[in-house]
Design a protein around this ligand. Structure first.
Ligand SMILES: C[S@@+](CC[C@H](N)C(=O)[O-])C[C@H]1O[C@@H](n2cnc3c(N)ncnc32)[C@H](O)[C@@H]1O
Length: 247
C-alpha cells in the first residue's frame, strides 16, 4: 500500500533526519569551521550562538571546544538536539528576529541559512547575528548553495536502515526561475516498516544568492568581510564560507 502526502523533514519526519544525516558526518566540517572562527575572530572564541541549529548535529562536535547555545524554529528538531546534547542550551526562535539579549564570541548559521529566500531575509539574519556578537567576534555562514555552485536538477539518493525501518531518501534541486533568488528542494521518502511501504514528500523553497550579494549584505551590516572555501573530502564538493568580523 502506498501514500503520497505532504510532510516535513523538520516536523513529522524529523526522526528520519538523524538516520539520513547522522551527527558523525558533521565532525570534520565542524572542526574546520571552528578553526576559521578562531583564525578570524579578534578575541578568544569560547562561546557560540548557532542559529538554525536543527537536530544539533554540528553542535555534537562544536560543544567539545565551545560553550554552545542553539536556536531553531522547529520544536521537533529542538527535541532531537536536546536528546543528543543535554549539555547545550537550546531556544525556540526565528533567526530573522530572535533576540536572546546576550552576546557571544562567535555566531554561526550553516545549512539553515538556505531558508533565507530574499535579500531582505538574509539581511535580517545577519542583523540577528550582529546583535549577538561581542566586539572582535565573528559571524560564519556556510550555505549549501550559491549561484556560483548551484547545479540544475541535481539528484541524490541515500539508503539507510535501523532495526525498525528501511529508508530511501531522494533529494532533487531545481531552479525554475534563474532570475529570482530562490530554488526548489524536493524530498521523497520511501519508508518500509514491517514490509509496509509509505511514500512521503516534502518541498522547500531555498535561497540562492551570488557571492557578491553575501559580501554586500555582510559589509552593509558593518562587519568586515572575509571568505573561505570548505572542500568536503567525502563528496568532493566545494562550499563557499562567508565571514564577518565585528569591530
Ligand atoms: C538542515 S537543518 C539544520 C541541521 C543542522 N545543521 C544540524 O547540525 O543538525 C535546517 C534547520 O533550519 C531550521 N530553520 C529554517 N528556517 C529557520 C528560521 N527562520 N529560523 C531558525 N531556524 C530555521 C529548520 O527548522 C531546520 O531545523
Amino acid at each position: 500500500m502506498t501514500e503520497n502526502q505532504p510532510s516535513s523533514l523538520y516536523s513529522d519526519l524529523a526522526w528520519a533526519f538523524r538516520m539520513i544525516s547522522p551527527p558523525e558526518e558533521y565532525e570534520q566540517e565542524s572542526k574546520a569551521l571552528f578553526e576559521w572562527m578562531e583564525q578570524y575572530a579578534e578575541i578568544p572564541v569560547r562561546s557560540l550562538l548557532h542559529l538554525g541549529c536543527g537536530a544539533g548535529h554540528h553542535d555534537y562536535t562544536l560543544k567539545k571546544s565551545l560553550q554552545v547555545t542553539g536556536v531553531d524554529l522547529n520544536d521537533s528538531m529542538l527535541k532531537l538536539a536536546r536528546e543528543l546534547n543535554p549539555d547545550v542550551e537550546y531556544h525556540q526562535g526565528d533567526m530573522r528576529s530572535v533576540r536572546l539579549n546576550k552576546q557571544f564570541d562567535a555566531v554561526t548559521i550553516f545549512d539553515s541559512v538556505g531558508y533565507m529566500t530574499s535579500e531582505e531575509e538574509l539581511k535580517q539574519a545577519v542583523e540577528t547575528a550582529k546583535a549577538h556578537l561581542n566586539d572582535g567576534g565573528v559571524l560564519l555562514m556556510m550555505p549549501d548553495e550559491t549561484s556560483e555552485t548551484f547545479v540544475q536538477n541535481l539528484t541524490y539518493h541515500t539508503a539507510c536502515q535501523d532495526e525498525h525501518v528501511h529508508l530511501i531518501f531522494i533529494e532533487n534541486y531545481f531552479d525554475p526561475d534563474p532570475t529570482d533568488t530562490e530554488f526548489e528542494a524536493t524530498f521523497l521518502f520511501l519508508i518500509r516498516e514491517n514490509g509496509k511501504l509509505t511514500i512521503k514528500q516534502d518541498k522547500h523553497n531555498l535561497g540562492l544568492f551570488h557571492a557578491s550579494t553575501w559580501q554586500r549584505v555582510i559589509e552593509e551590516a558593518g562587519l568586515q568581510y572575509k571568505e573561505e572555501i570548505y572542500h568536503d573530502p567525502d563528496t568532493a564538493k566545494d562550499y563557499q564560507v562567508f565571514l564577518g568580523v565585528k569591530h
